[in-house]
Design a protein around this ligand. Structure first.
Ligand code: MCN
Length: 776
């Protein structure tokens, strides 16, 4: 017996009342008595992109007010006069990557990017470290900086790691195997080198750590996306055993992929706490965050696309150069995902993709919302528009013609991705209809004919992406534990780790839906490696389809256990009982008065079940984004006026949260197309080190988004849900970029690189007009 399901309804976030009243407790705010008397760590960071450290004189800094200690890379890795502390440098994550490219916890003999931590000053009070850092004398012997990815491949300005013998971190695929005849039968071939710029994740909460040791055991509070993965990474750096580490995840003020695992700074803070026998804390400034936290994207992409004059695409090639930054982190591996998703939702008979990741003297590159898939989408959807322009066919028509037709059984691409279900044409048509595509084109024509200053651009992107990938052998999986208590409340332990996604609300909805316990009586716990020792954390938009499914499964299995107990309590056969969700009670079929409440079955023995949900594979959400922009042809200024999106993530469990995720993703994706870019000068000096220089998007630059609902369930989990956390950032970037190019295409512009700043747009218009004049 069940009442009306709470699933699919717009339940307000249960997290919000405390966020809006008492406030969040970020790592910086943690008031734990174990942290009383903590010292404060300040990192002294390299001011040069590439240099050998010829000497560090810390004597004056050590005398400065409040200074407890000063540590350098040598103190950590080669302590003079005593055995090394067992600290491990960070090695590249994939075996195939050049293993000589190691990162020490503090730079030892060489600095490789501006912002690299060189020394740690430990003080009694915060801010004393910054003052003392003025007295720390670091001598650098400058080396040429490798800033441009193309220079890095060629080894033009030297090598970051001479012992590696190359700046190439890893290659995916082999240029030698590319088919010289790939485009042989194509009537039209279009090609362009496009820049998917480096961007900064810029979460509101910057990085931080707090650490204390007791009985040779570390407890560390670190903002992260998965305590278990953070623990593993920290154990590796500090040479610790599992039983020696407890990670606690306080509230996390945004992460966007960049708080997965752990950076070197928290490891140093943990080491310092042990070394000094005192708790230690660290939190960074915004400038340090922009310098030191991993950046995202940073791909140069050569796209070549060919086909028939009627708009049929026959062949596509993507050649990627990935900037890994100074040390190979997650970003170096991301081209593999870009390659996997290279053809997107299109049916392209012949497609090839290869990639090279290179080290440069810049901040390391990591995951950033979408991680590898927005790059694939940006490449193919820009290519589709280049092709449409060359063929003289409307870009919507080219998409319609080349999208894979609807499928309900998994479809395997030439790159080995197994798309679970999709209806890409329906998503395109829904977006076109919602936007009023034909009227928009008519309005565009009117403005073109009138030679208006403000031209209209319409841009499309049809995407498919992958969520919930990976997992150990046996497929992507996650665990969930549900316990019902005698007082009628329930607790949930989850291996996911929300930082804005609202799992506390949705996991409670799932429990409530199965067990009939009101959501305000369900407490969801995560992010403490002692309480939840196993878990894959939150990333790759995996949480609902794996972690949520595990919570639902655990609830169902708990009911099985409870049914046996209820049978004994009611002296009835368990099969003669039905569970009445509306009363949260078992009753004998046909005799509702003979009943026993679920909570009363939770004693004397605990009523608790842990379950692991395993999916047959990742799922593939899809959709179409349509952007409308106005471009001022005299100044190059772009205004994004409409953003119409269809984002199909299967069955939606909480539309309010799913829409919120779409909003955030669309904003970030549009921002990449319009504004955001981390910039370095030729010597590797970062020019975007404050939020005044780094044009972080805000509501003023964005229209109200027009979200169209579409839900094509997946069969890969009982919820029918795919991921929605990143989709917004995947479709929006190419849609907006395509719209900007479209607005000025009639002037002869064929491509404008991101971000489409007024300067770039103005230059593109002028270059196109000058070209036309020359032709004339
Ligand atoms: N949801 C739903 N129905 C669906 C899919 C999802 O109701 N079919 C709900 C889920 O219950 C959950 C939310 O939408 O509350 C997102 O779920 P999911 O798509 O499973 O994604 P994750 O929870 O795994 O979130 C990860 C994703 C990633 S990878 C990044 S990066 C990202 C993002 O989420 N970073 C964020 N969203 C963010 N939002 C905030 N506020 N801050 C970040 O750092």
């Amino acid at each position: 017996m069940s009442g009306v399901s709470i699933l699919g309804t717009r339940v307000l976030r249960t997290e919000d009342p405390s966020f809006l009243s008492t406030g969040a407790v970020y790592t910086q705010d943690v008031q734990d008595e174990r942290l009383a008397g903590a010292v404060h760590v300040h990192f002294v960071r390299s001011t040069v992109a590439h240099a050998r450290i010829s000497g560090i004189d810390a004597s004056a800094a050590r005398q400065a007010e409040g200074v407890v200690a000063v540590f350098t890379g040598a103190d950590l890795h080669n302590p003079p006069g005593r055995a090394a502390a067992g600290l491990q440098p960070v090695r590249p994550m994939m075996q195939a990557m050049n293993q000589a490219m190691v990162q020490h916890l503090l730079a030892t003999d060489t600095v490789r990017f501006v912002g690299e931590a060189v020394a740690a000053i430990v003080t009694e009070h915060p801010y004393q470290g910054e003052d003392a850092s003025e007295l720390l004398d670091i001598d650098y012997d400058f080396l040429p900086a490798v800033v441009d990815m193309n220079d890095a491949v060629a080894g033009a300005n030297g090598l970051l790691f001479p012992e590696a013998g190359t700046n190439v971190v890893v290659t995916f695929g082999d240029a030698g195997t590319l088919d010289p005849d790939l485009f042989a039968d194509c009537e039209i071939v279009a090609s362009e080198v496009i820049q998917n710029r480096r961007v900064a994740p810029a979460p509101m909460e910057t990085r931080a750590a707090a650490a204390v040791w007791a009985d040779d055991r570390l407890t560390a509070w670190i903002p992260n996306q998965g305590a278990q993965g953070t623990k593993r990474a920290l154990m590796g750096m500090l040479g610790l055993k599992s039983g020696q580490v407890r990670i606690i995840t306080p509230d996390v003020g945004g992460a966007f992929g960049a708080k997965f695992g752990v950076d070197t700074e928290p490891a140093v803070v943990c080491w310092i706490a042990r070394e000094l026998g005192r708790p230690a804390r660290w939190s960074e400034t915004r400038m340090e965050n922009l310098l030191g936290m991993t950046h995202g994207r940073a791909q140069q992409q050569k796209v070549t696309i060919g086909g028939r004059r009627d708009g049929t695409v026959l062949a596509y090639r993507l050649e990627i150069l990935q900037d890994s930054g100074a040390y190979p982190r997650f970003g170096a591996s991301l081209p593999s995902l870009t390659i996997l998703m290279a053809p997107g939702p299109y049916r392209i008979p012949r497609a090839e993709a290869i990639a090279t990741s290179v080290a440069t003297n810049t901040t390391p590159v990591g995951a950033y919302r979408g991680a590898g898939r927005p790059e694939a989408s940006a490449a193919i959807d820009r290519a589709i528009d280049l092709f449409a322009a060359s063929a003289g066919v409307d870009p919507a028509q080219v998409r319609r013609k080349n999208l894979l037709p609807k499928f309900t059984e998994p479809h395997t691409t030439t790159f080995g991705a197994k798309y679970d279900s999709g209806d890409y044409v329906a998503a395109l048509e829904a977006a076109l209809e919602a936007a009023g595509y034909d009227e928009l084109r008519a309005e565009q024509k009117r403005r073109r004919d009138a030679g208006a200053t403000l031209q209209l651009g319409i841009g499309l992107s049809s995407y498919v992406e992958i969520t919930g990938p990976g997992g150990e052998a046996g497929g992507p999986n996650e665990n969930g534990t549900v316990e019902v208590h005698p007082d009628g409340t329930a607790t949930v332990l989850t291996g996911t780790s929300p930082h804005g996604q609202g799992h506390a609300t949705v996991w409670a909805m799932l429990v409530s839906d199965e067990l009939g316990i009101p959501i305000d009586k369900v407490t969801v716990t995560w992010g403490d490696s002692d309480m939840v020792p196993r878990g894959g954390g939150t990333g790759g938009s995996r949480s609902l389809q794996l972690g949520g499914a595990a919570v639902q499964q655990a609830s169902r299995e708990l009911l099985d256990v409870a049914r046996e107990r209820a049978g004994a309590a009611l002296e009835a056969s368990p099969s003669d009982l039905e569970f009445d969700v509306s009363r949260s009670a078992f009753a004998v079929k046909g005799d509702p008065d003979a009943s026993v409440s679920l909570s009363s079955l939770a004693e004397p023995e605990r009523l608790v079940v842990q379950s692991v949900f395993r999916s047959p594979g990742p799922t593939f959400p899809f959709g179409t984004h349509l952007a409308v922009v106005e471009v001022d042809t005299e100044t190059g200024k772009v205004s994004l006026t409409r953003m119409v999106t269809v984002d199909d993530a299967g069955t939606v469990i909480n539309p309010l949260l799913a829409e919120g995720q779409r909003h955030g993703g669309i904003a970030q994706g549009a921002a990449q197309a319009l504004l955001e870019e981390v910039v370095y000068d030729a010597d590797g000096n970062p020019l975007t080190t404050t939020l005044a220089d780094y044009p972080f998007v805000s509501a003023t630059e964005l229209p109200s988004f027009e979200l169209v609902d579409m839900q094509t369930p997946t069969s890969y989990n009982p919820l029918g849900a795919k991921g929605i956390g990143e989709a917004g950032s995947i479709g929006s970037t190419p849609a907006v970029q395509n719209a900007v190019v479209d607005a000025v295409a009639h002037l002869g512009v064929t491509h404008i690189d991101m971000p489409t700043s007024p300067q770039r747009v103005w230059q593109a218009i002028n270059a196109a007009l000058a070209g036309k004049q020359k032709e004339a």
